[in-house]
Write a protein that binds this ligand. Structure first.
Ligand code: APR
Length: 243
């Protein structure tokens, strides 16, 4: 299977990757679903946009624990690094990611479409000033804007919030152009992100899925299911490609 998918990727003309939380599990970032999933410990309502507006303090308590205590120490793993190498060598054209952990950029990927935004920036909801999350004192929550006193919100998408238009457009454009999509570590449960691989499939792409478990994609659109963890699978595939 590794040999076969390596050949498919090597012979592709427009290969993209679509990543979910599973690609970052080996970097120590917990997924959202499954037995170690964040949503087993926190109510997803805490990340509902209307809840954030009504209870910014409570919402920020959970946001800080989930996203800022964890992510600041996470490093890219072999899967992120393998995708960055494939891009450097002109094989991979883009990564569409649902993740907000910045690990694709940290690994050196350049063409990354962040479908759900990024946790590294906070934005003032009144004057739109952006802050680097590392420079904001999150001991005082909810954090407020130094300029206007407005409420700061992480620059990632909450439930009920629109997808960043540029990332949306670029992701679906890439999906339509792709002849191969490497889907890594996603349950395929969240709309509209999970439509990206589906649109690619409908446009004739071959779908390679890397996931130790089955997902919503597996029996619908997946052509090759590599039932392995992301880092070991991608490292084996890249080794095969450069063999
Ligand atoms: N390697 C590859 N895949 C893995 C690994 C691993 N080491 N560990 C777990 N997985 C797989 C799981 O089998 C599961 O299919 O990763 C997937 C994680 O699923 P989710 O946590 O649902 O992640 P994702 O699909 O990205 O969630 C989509 O949900 O809460 C929202 O906005 C949030 O972007 C997120 C969206």
């Amino acid at each position: 299977m590794i040999k076969k998918v390596a050949e498919v990727i090597k012979n592709s003309s427009y290969c993209i990757a679509f990543s979910g939380a599973g690609i970052s599990v080996e970097s120590g970032v917990p997924p959202f679903r499954g037995e170690t999933g964040i949503w087993n410990r926190y109510n997803p309502q805490l990340l509902d946009l209307s809840y954030f507006y009504n209870q910014p303090g409570k919402s920020w308590e959970a946001i800080r624990e989930i996203f800022y205590d964890f992510f600041s120490v996470a490093k890219p793993n072999g899967a992120h690094l393998a995708l960055a190498k494939l891009e450097q060598d002109g094989i991979l054209k883009a990564v569409v990611t649902q993740n907000i952990d910045n690990l694709h950029y940290d690994a050196g990927s350049k063409e990354v479409y962040e479908f759900h935004g990024n946790s590294q920036k906070l934005k003032c909801l009144d004057c739109n000033t952006y802050y680097d999350a590392k420079e904001v004192n999150l001991k005082v929550i909810p954090p407020k804007c130094d300029k206007c006193g407005g409420l700061l919100k992480p620059d990632f998408i909450f439930f009920g919030e629109g997808i960043p238009p540029e990332a949306y457009q670029k992701s679906f454009d890439a999906a339509q152009k792709a002849d191969v999509v490497i889907v890594i570590g996603s349950t395929g449960e969240v709309m509209p992100a999970c439509q990206v691989p589906v649109v690619a499939k409908q446009s004739g792409a071959t779908i390679i899925e890397i996931n130790p478990d089955d997902s919503n994609f597996t029996h619908q659109i997946t052509d090759y299911h590599v039932k392995m963890k992301a880092a070991e699978a991608m490292e084996a595939i890249v080794k095969e490609i450069y063999n």
